[in-house]
Design a protein around this ligand. Structure first.
Ligand SMILES: Nc1ncnc2c1ncn2[C@@H]1O[C@H](COP(=O)(O)OP(=O)(O)O)[C@@H](O)[C@H]1O
Ligand SMILES: [Mg+2]
Length: 250
């Protein structure tokens, strides 16, 4: 993995209104091509940070800088798939390219490649109501990636899926990430998911919130679900849990 930071947050703080300080002096880097996970309790400010990184919000103070000083192209995915029910899977994935005015032939190739990458070739003409929850999230992932963003922001993307589908989607995400040059930042409630997928797990806590711990996950890749039983995995998950207990709850 390339260790050059793709994105650097420096003393980023955010207030809603005049009074409500949500984030205080966050400083961290995201390595180019890396996979960083963020865990923390509900309401702590994780989605606010995602919106800041996406450029949907401007920090009240501090800076978010990118490697080439240019805002990157960004893919976003949330817990809710937000698919348009009247559009097929194919048409949903094509939407960002339509908005960008990409030529039809170019868009068609890009959409087909992305549906292929997420394993949905056979469901291109299906409507969201005809898809399982996991398949709908694959469509949402394909839509987030179809314009080949350099930064993929995931806000609890698998939070509404059942446990088995969620595990499978995590593995799929790793496969897709390995196939693309994309830096991933993922919010999750699950310590296990964070440790299994990420190179580094950041723990957010406090009011206003800061990054209270950053835990490097040195597990080898490719990551497999069976690794959850290994001593090394348990040590990493234990370190994340300890940070939450001591610095967030305690
Ligand atoms: N647009 C907003 N206006 C005012 N307060 C907000 C807004 N968005 C989020 N908040 C508040 O900021 C805090 C952090 O919210 P959020 O970032 O969604 O947390 P998380 O994603 O960790 O659950 C919460 O107290 C929430 O009520
Ligand atoms: Mg949130």
């Amino acid at each position: 993995m390339n260790q050059e930071p793709f994105l650097t947050a420096q003393n980023v703080s955010h207030l809603f209104g005049e009074q409500q300080k949500v984030l205080a002096n966050l400083s961290f880097g995201l390595p180019a091509g890396g996979f960083t996970a963020l865990v923390g309790p509900s309401g702590v400010g994780k989605s606010t940070l995602v919106r800041l990184l996406a450029g949907l919000l401007r920090p009240s103070s501090g800076q978010i800088q990118y490697a080439n000083n240019q805002p990157p192209s960004i893919g976003l995915m949330f817990q809710k798939d937000n698919l348009m029910p009247w559009r097929t899977a194919y048409e949903n994935v094509r939407l960002p390219l339509e908005i960008q005015g990409v030529a039809e032939g170019v868009a068609d190739t890009a959409v087909r490649q992305m549906l292929d990458l997420v394993g949905l070739n056979d469901f291109a003409q299906s409507y969201p109501a005809q898809l399982s929850g996991g398949m709908a999230q694959r469509v949402a992932l394909a839509r987030a990636l179809v314009h080949r963003p350099s930064l993929l922001l995931l806000d609890e993307p698998f939070g509404a899926l059942d446990a088995l589908t969620r595990e499978r989607m995590g593995q799929e995400l790793l496969r897709i990430w390995a196939a693309l040059p994309v830096t991933v930042f993922m919010v999750t409630h699950s310590i296990q998911e964070a440790v299994l997928l990420a190179d580094e797990v950041m723990v957010m806590g406090g009011q206003p919130a800061t990054i209270v711990a950053r835990i490097q996950i040195a597990l080898p890749r490719p990551r497999r679900i069976e690794m959850i039983g290994s001593k090394q995995f348990q040590e990493c998950a234990g370190a994340v849990r300890l940070a939450i207990e001591e610095k967030v709850i305690g």
